[in-house]
Design a binder for this molecule. Sequence first.
Ligand code: AMP
Ligand code: MG
Length: 343
Amino acid sequence: MKFFFKYGIIFIMVFVLAGCGRVAPKAWSYTDTAMGTVIHQGIYCEEEEIARNFSQKAMEELEHLEQEILSWRLETAEVYEINASAGSEEGYLLSKEMGALLWDCMALSEASEGAFDIGIGALVRLWDIDRWAAQAQTGVYQVPSEEEVRMALQLCSGQIRLEADRVYLPEGMGLDLGAVGKGIALTKFQSLLEKEEAISGAVISVGGSILTYGKKADGTNWIVGITDPFGTSDYIGTLSLDGQWCVSTSGNYERYVEVDGVRYHHILDPATGYPADSGVSSVTVLSENGMLSDGLSTACFILGPQKGMTLAEKYGVEVLYILDDGSIILSEGMKPYWTQREQ
Ligand code: AMP
Ligand code: MG
C-alpha cells in the first residue's frame, strides 16, 4: 500500500504538471482513518469536485458500516445487538444483509474446518486486539494467563445456530467480524463507483484490503505493492492488475504486541486460543469479491500453505504465501500477476 501511494503521488504530480487542457482523467488522492485503520483513495476523474464528493460518500459509507452494522462496541450496530441477544431463546432477527453475510461466514467456517471462526469475540476481547495499533505496541501489555485463554476459548466453542433469518448464540458468545469488515467495505465502494459515470478508475485501500476499479488514465495496469512482512524494504513484490479486483493481505506484522521478545499478533487460532503459529508471515488473496478475499486471507493464514491452498482452490481465488523462512508460495493462477522485487 505504501508502495502504491508513493507511486500515486507521482501520478498526481505528473497529471498536475501535464494535465492542463487535457481530456485524460486526473488522479486525486485522499487519506483518512476509519474502522481503526487508514483509508487511502486514489480517484481518476476530470473534476476534483467529483473526486472529493465521492471520497466523502465513501467515508460516510464506512461510518455507516461500522456504526450501524459491524461494531461490537457501539450499541447502534447490529453485531452489538446480536451479541446482546446471546443466550436468549428467541435469538435475534437478522437484517437481510447481515443474514446473507452470516450464512457466507458460516460456510467459510465449515470449509476451513473451523479455522475461520466469527464466534471468536471473547478471545479478541481478552487479547484486547482492537486496542493494538497497526504496528508494534509501546507501553505495558499484560499477556493473558493460560487459564484466562482457556476460559475465553470455552465461550467461543459453542455452536452458532442460523435458522433462515434468525441467529441463536450460546450464552457468553460474541461475534467478531473483523476478519471480513474491510473486504465488505470494498464491495460497498465498488457499488458506489458503479454509479459514478465521471469516475473512470479508482484504487482504494482499507487497511490490508485493496479495491482496484476501472482504468488508470494511461490505460496501464494497477500496481499493488505487497508489504515486506520482515520490514527490510517497503514491499516485497507487486501484483499487476487490470480492472476490478479485491486484494486482501493478512499478516503477523499488521497488529501485534511484543513482550519479552515474543510477538503476539491479531490472527487467532480457534483451536488453541493463541495467535496462529502456522509458519506464515503473510497471506495475500486475490478475488473479485471483497468478503472472500478478506475472509480467505485470514482463514489461509491460520491453516498454513498446504490446507490454505486447497481452500483457496475450492473458492476459486488466487493466493500468495510468504512464510516465516522468507520463502514465497503462489497458486498457479497468481503467477501471471506477480513480480518479485529485485534485491
Ligand atoms: P484480518 O486482518 O483480515 O486477517 O483479520 C483479523 C481480525 O479478524 C482480527 O483482528 C480479529 O478481529 C478477527 N479474527 C482473529 N482471529 C480470527 C479467526 N480465527 N477467525 C475469524 N476472525 C478472526
Ligand atoms: Mg481478513
